[in-house]
Design a protein around this ligand. Structure first.
Ligand SMILES: Nc1ncnc2c1ncn2[C@@H]1O[C@H](COP(=O)(O)OP(=O)(O)OP(=O)(O)O)[C@@H](O)[C@H]1O
Ligand SMILES: [Mg+2]
Length: 440
């Protein structure tokens, strides 16, 4: 085969030269990542027979993939040994082949077809979910196989960043590359970057230097606050036990119970595919076993049926129905109950007293994934569940269960007056945030 002189920037040399399991390249726009990955794979595929999988989170059609880029590079270099077909690319001499797949579509049966992969290229890795990575990583199992990752950071908590890039193990090489490292960066692109640097330094850092989006503008809850709670020393567990129950609305959502005592969120228990009677039975069991002061249940959808059963069983003293969409207690400030409860979680997390959450990165993703907005009256509103589900592919079941434990302040039995059934007083209900999180 005729040798072809390709032009791969020095920073990407490890792609072809180093033998290491994970190669993680991240950075801003126009760093040369896609070109360097494509060129390196095409060259390696001419040297020996390789099975190469080009993967992304969602691929509705091959047009969404790096297929076109690979075809362009083949044509640009005149690599006649590659044969391009409608569904893939093959090298006629070495037998190398490229396949293109979306990880979201894979199930345990389909993913098996990737077991012989030599190199998996995950493009736009910022969109890869933890679930996809957990299916993929053990599938790429051939001796000497490699996973190449290219990412433009999106959020502080991009799952693959947390799982692979942030704290690299000895099997992982991490490199940051920006347009300033790309010797082939077109002048026009440099001009656009410079214009952005002058007009909006924050956008410049994100778009061109690959920094994750700063939280605070669109996100309700900051990742730093959640991480602090993972390591939080909230002292002795004190305060009444409160359970939040978020009931699954759709087949793939989970029914989640969250257990919280004051400043300690103790644990979550999740269940799939439960009908209302099974969920009511679990709730009854938890109430009898743990004697919570309150169990708040989301009664917007299917949860209403669970609530009715629990009431019928004589548990109305403990169980309260909360409809996410209903008017907030502090109506002037929140568009609905859900926004109010989530904002209570935010205040609990960044109040002056330490709080504790179980260390769970799905929970972190859920809490920090939800966007906030304001309605025409300037009241806080959250991104609709359906929008969020479309954007991140799942609904925040754990975070909603945690939020439900903040539906109303709950008092300890001993603090109650005669005949008081743990109802909060009006000042507690309407008390404004004062930077302290004692009321929870
Ligand atoms: N080997 C190369 N030869 C010629 N031009 C190149 C080469 N590598 C990169 N470029 C130029 O640099 C531009 C940016 O490269 P590339 O698209 O690979 O960057 P990227 O890091 O993938 O950026 P993005 O975040 O925008 O996807 C390309 O559009 C191309 O114009
Ligand atoms: Mg790219």
């Amino acid at each position: 085969m005729e040798p072809i002189k390709v032009r791969i920037p020095e920073v990407f040399a490890p792609l072809m030269k180093e033998k290491i399991r994970n190669k993680f390249f991240y950075g801003g726009r126009a760093g040369g990542k896609s070109y360097a990955f494509a060129d390196s794979l095409l060259l390696l595929g001419r040297e020996r027979k390789l099975f190469i999988a080009c993967l992304r989170e969602i691929q509705e059609s091959i047009k969404d993939s790096v297929y076109k880029l690979l075809c362009d590079r083949i044509n640009f270099y005149g690599m006649n040994d590659y044969k391009i077909t409608a569904g893939g690319i093959r090298n006629k001499v070495t037998g190398t082949r490229f396949v293109f797949k979306g990880l979201r579509d894979q199930d345990s049966r389909k993913i098996k077809s990737l077991e012989g992969v030599d190199i998996a290229w995950i493009e736009e890795a910022q969109a890869i979910s933890k679930a996809s990575w957990e299916i993929l990583e053990p599938t790429i199992r051939k001796d000497g196989s490699e996973i190449w990752i290219s990412m433009n950071r999106e959020q502080e908590d991009d799952p693959l960043w947390l799982l692979v890039g942030a704290v690299p193990d000895e099997q992982t090489l991490v490199r940051r590359v920006n347009y300033t490292d790309n010797p082939f960066c077109p002048e026009e692109i440099k001009r656009q970057a410079e214009k952005c640097r002058q007009s909006s330094p924050e956008d410049y850092e994100h778009i061109w230097l690959g920094a994750p989006l700063r939280q605070g503008n669109t996100k309700l809850i900051a990742a730093a606050d959640v991480r602090r709670a993972f390591a939080g020393d909230a002292g002795q567990e004190a305060g009444p036990l409160v359970i939040g129950l978020d009931v699954a609305r759709f087949g793939d959502d989970k029914t989640v119970f969250c257990f919280r005592r004051g400043r300690c969120c103790l644990r979550f228990e999740s269940f799939s595919h439960q009908d209302v009677v099974e969920t009511a039975n679990r709730a009854t069991f938890f109430i009898k076993e743990h004697r919570p002061r309150r169990l708040f249940i989301d009664s917007g959808g299917v949860g209403a049926g669970v609530y009715d059963i629990l009431k019928d069983r004589g548990l109305a003293g403990v169980v309260r129905a909360v409809n996410f969409g209903e008017k907030a207690i502090y109506d002037a400030r929140y568009a609905n109950r859900r926004a109010e409860m989530w904002d209570n979680v935010r205040q609990w997390l960044n109040g002056s007293l330490p709080v504790r959450l179980p260390e769970d990165y799905d929970l972190l993703g859920e809490l920090c994934g939800v966007n906030k907005k304001y309605d025409r009256r300037g009241r806080l509103q959250l991104e609709e569940k359906s929008e969020l589900k479309k954007r991140v592919g799942r609904s925040p079941d754990m975070a909603d269960a945690l939020a439900l434990t903040f539906a109303e302040p709950v008092r300890e039995d001993s603090a109650s007056g005669p005949g008081d059934r743990g109802e909060p007083c009006l000042e507690e209900l309407f008390g404004q945030a004062d930077g302290k999180n004692e009321k929870w």
